[in-house]
Ligand binder design. Structure first.
Ligand SMILES: *Cc1c(COP(=O)(O)O)cnc(C)c1O
Length: 351
């Protein structure tokens, strides 16, 4: 199928990651379960990237990264505070509750898929002692499910609020690279320096085949996490084949180049679409996603032409996501098709 805007996971593996996979595979044998040199190098490279001695683990999916790290923070009677759009609440089949043995997710809605300190305070204050769940973690998605980003200042005030309430801070960074690219900051600035305890750093949407990094900035919190990963069936015995692409992604700077490219393509797409009569962007384009309202009839014409994308927020709401490999020509072809589909039908000529 040609390039689409359905999700950044529709794209394949980026060349540096694929070449590293081939290189790692060419070595005759290597120790299993992450006790190999590639895994050591990938973890070292991530520690250098984050400028701190963090503990790094690789699991297969973002869902596992989120659920296992939150389960490691929460007792079965605890709760995670998150935004109403949070992937952990809407798209993970209850994994956090399952792996924690019962933890609940408490949600609040706010514009642009961004929580505010006031909302965190309100949710954290809902506890009634042992009669209700105990708020124990704040989960922030960066970039958010609407492609927006929390600034450093916003993160600092959210995490300060969390600390004041005794909450640990988890970050769902399935698109963390896109946020770093958008904010043009150091990865540390919007993670541990902004008060984040554990980051689920997404590699798949950024250009890997599989394997997300769970990065604990608080090493105490990481204790026994290897047991949790193993018990959940997320300890890869051929870890080097996940670690080698990760190493290359970071070492060659592809993680940031890929994210910058995807963001630039979304910017281009947003600009093209907002110039089309009758179209309205629903959210400012800050990373690699464009949310636009299109009449169902317009959407149907585009789908009939073979375009694939998801509805979001409403019947008219369309989510368009750019990936590391989205070609400018794909953006232009789609925008041309949208313009054509949205144009008023030509009047039948009166014979
Ligand atoms: C894609 C995504 C994930 C991870 O999803 P998996 O399919 O489990 O890898 C997590 N959080 C957000 C916000 C995502 O978009």
């Amino acid at each position: 199928m040609p390039q689409q805007f359905a999700s950044d996971n529709n794209a394949g593996i980026c060349p540096p990651a694929l070449q590293a996979l081939v290189r790692a595979n060419a070595e005759p044998h290597a120790p299993g379960y992450g006790e190999d040199a590639w895994t050591a190098r990938a973890c070292d490279r991530l520690r250098a990237l984050f400028e701190t001695d963090c503990a790094v683990f690789f699991v297969f999916t973002g869902t596992a990264a989120n659920a296992l790290s939150l389960a490691h923070i929460c007792r079965p009677y605890d709760a995670v505070i998150a935004h109403a759009q949070a992937h952990i609440d809407n798209n993970e089949a209850g994994a956090t509750g399952f792996f924690s043995g019962g933890a609940k997710i408490m949600i609040a809605d706010a514009p642009l898929a961004k929580l505010t300190p006031e909302l965190v305070e309100r949710l954290a204050g809902k506890g009634r002692g042992f009669h209700s769940v105990r708020p124990r973690a704040l989960s922030l998605t960066q970039a958010t499910e609407l492609g927006t980003v929390y600034t450093r200042e916003e993160l600092a005030s959210l995490t300060a609020t969390a600390r004041g309430r005794g909450l640990r801070v988890h970050m769902d960074g399935a698109r963390f690279a896109n946020a770093v690219a958008a904010l043009d900051c150091a990865p540390a600035d919007i993670s541990w320096r902004a008060g984040v305890d554990v980051l689920c750093f997404g590699g798949v949407k950024n250009g890997l085949a599989g394997g997300e990094a769970v990065v604990f900035f608080d090493r105490d919190l990481a204790r026994e996490f290897d047991w949790r990963v193993k018990q959940a069936g997320h300890l890869n015995s051929k870890m080097r084949l996940v670690a080698a692409p990760w190493f290359a992604l970071i070492d060659e700077g592809a993680w940031l180049a890929n994210a910058r490219h995807a963001n630039a393509m979304a910017r281009r797409l947003g600009e093209r679409l907002s110039g089309i009569n009758g179209l309205r962007l629903m959210v400012p384009v800050e990373t690699n996603a464009v949310f636009v309202e299109m009449a169902p009839a317009v959407q149907a014409r585009l789908r009939a032409k073979g375009w694939r994308f998801y509805n979001f927020l409403s019947e008219a709401g369309c989510r368009l996501i750019c990936a590391w490999d989205t070609a400018p020509a794909t953006v232009d072809r789609f925008a041309d098709d949208v313009a054509e589909a949205a144009a008023p039908a030509p009047r039948a000529s009166a014979g």
